[in-house]
Design a protein. Structure first.
Length: 155
């Protein structure tokens, strides 16, 4: 009976954490605890209950989590900052990591920027691609300017 109570408490804790975070983090362990409750009810030894808990939790985690994440995040819209990665920008103030200066414009907005390569300075007017975001600064990599249409599109 003590094992059933233990697994029930673990199940409730896992569900509580999942409800609080909505991050698909502990629901898999709640499933493992649920199956372990059934094993405890039929009188399985504690080592078998723990083994069942671990195996069921890991199977749920590795095989159903990718499907669940894809299903639950399909309508998720990227925020402003997340949508910047991969976009092109125009350098409006020389980017020099050593001096800690540089600005770009992307989508009509001005951003502080740093080069992805430490020793590279990027001149005003260069077309760059946003490769990452560090705090409030865009990390950019210079792209060869192929035509003036690209520069106009980045503005």
């Amino acid at each position: 009976m003590q094992e059933v109570i233990f697994w029930l408490v673990l199940l409730i804790i896992c569900i509580g954490i999942e409800v609080a975070t909505m991050g698909l983090t502990t629901i898999w362990f709640a499933g493992g605890a649920l199956i372990a409750i059934f094993a405890a009810v039929i009188g399985a030894p504690i080592w078998l209950q723990a083994t069942i808990f671990i195996i069921v939790s890991l199977v749920l985690l590795f095989f159903t989590r990718p499907i669940a994440v894809k299903y639950f995040n399909k309508d998720r819209v990227k925020t402003n900052v997340e949508s910047m990665v991969g976009r092109q920008a125009i350098v409006i103030s020389e980017i020099d990591n050593l001096q800690g200066i540089g600005q770009v414009t992307v989508g009509g907005q001005e951003w502080s920027a740093r080069s992805a390569e430490e020793q590279v300075t990027i001149a005003v007017g260069a077309v760059v691609t946003v490769v990452a975001i560090n705090g409030v600064k865009l990390i950019v990599r210079e792209q060869p300017l192929q035509n003036t249409t690209q520069a106009a599109e980045a503005k």
